[in-house]
Design a protein around this ligand. Structure first.
Ligand code: NAP
Length: 295
């Protein structure tokens, strides 16, 4: 496989498309705002004007889009991917969406004799840029084996989890833990501040104890520096929290803590912090607690 179409050049997609170019693939890119194609074209990509045009000559079609609505528009819409696919191509959706969306995509592609994998990712801006993502995949195993070499330059590990929707299921399950960890860190840091502890001392302890976490380290450092520059936007974390709620409800699965965290995220987005990093959910807790965590 040599020719790849990559659609959606946001924080995550731009890093992945860059690494495909570095690995020597012939990459055609498309993004809703064409400005984002510029830096990829400078690195050797070809720019397409529409999703339909992007997939014209591709063997593999990859995309990482904001949400289910974006997938609906880019895949199923006018001049969308499905309007110009042909038998033998493989489509790989790397967005975080509901597993039902993955299944709808797979069914629509199957009608055109196109294979489909849901392959969302763990890791953020830095891991995407460094080719160090953790990819979780659903779909047919033989199709997965075919595209594995394309996923390797993007990732540290790749996990095949079963049929269509298993990748997106795993992604939502993982993100429920991420959100809960950020909420736990925020609550703890606010309590520590009120108790008169130095937040940096608290982070030093959290860095070594037996319940340490890279989330506590990374988000903790950004929090005390009051740095909310987005690597994963809070608005996307709310999207994920809403997806997790729907996903769990459909399966009658108890998620009381995730429900509480969703309310915190929603409150923070309603304060206007949706474009900031996901860690800005802690600002909603600070508002409630009447203190700011800083060094
Ligand atoms: P992002 O920087 O906000 O990029 C979103 C991408 O989706 C952009 O290319 C955007 O195009 C496109 N888009 C949004 N709405 C669209 C629409 N209606 N039609 C066509 N294109 C549309 O987001 P990101 O952080 O890269 O995240 C992308 C996906 O990966 C999301 O599902 C997110 O949950 C998931 N994810 C993110 C991270 C992370 O840490 N950032 C980690 C793992 C998974 P424009 O440039 O034109 O707006």
């Amino acid at each position: 496989m040599e020719r790849i179409a990559y659609l959606g050049l946001g924080i995550m997609g731009s890093g992945m498309a860059t690494n495909l170019l570095k690995a020597g693939y012939d990459v055609t890119v498309w993004n809703r705002n064409p400005e984002s194609c510029k830096s990829l074209v400078e690195k050797g990509a070809t720019q397409a004007q529409t999703p339909a045009q992007a997939v014209e000559n591709a063997e593999a079609i990859m995309y990482c889009l904001a949400n289910d609505k974006a997938v609906e528009e880019v895949v199923f819409g006018q001049d969308g991917i499905l309007s110009n696919v042909r038998s033998g191509q493989i489509a790989i959706d790397m967005s975080t969406v509901h597993p039902d969306t993955s299944r709808q995509e797979a069914a629509a592609y199957a009608q055109k004799h196109v294979e489909f994998l849901d392959a969302p990712v763990f890791g953020s801006k830095n891991e995407s840029a460094a080719g160090g993502l953790w990819i979780v995949v659903g779909g047919k195993q033989d199709v997965f084996e075919q595209v594995k070499p394309i996923l390797e330059p993007l990732s540290e590990t790749i996990h095949y989890l079963g049929d269509t929707g298993k990748g997106t299921s795993m992604k939502l399950i993982g993100n429920s833990i991420v959100a809960t960890q950020i909420q736990a860190l925020g609550e703890a840091m606010i309590l520590a501040t009120k108790a008169g502890l130095n937040p940096k001392d608290v982070l030093d302890v959290l860095h070594v104890v037996d319940f340490r976490s890279p989330i506590f380290d990374g988000i903790g450092k950004m929090l005390v520096n009051r740095d909310f520059t987005p690597s994963f936007a809070l608005k996307h974390m709310l999207k994920d929290a809403n997806l997790i709620a729907r996903f769990a409800q459909d399966l009658n699965s108890p998620m009381p803590a995730a429900g509480l965290v969703r309310e915190t995220i929603k409150a923070a987005v309603n304060q206007g912090w949706g474009e900031e990093n996901a860690s800005a959910l802690i600002k909603a807790l600070e508002l409630d607690g009447g203190v700011t965590v800083e060094s």
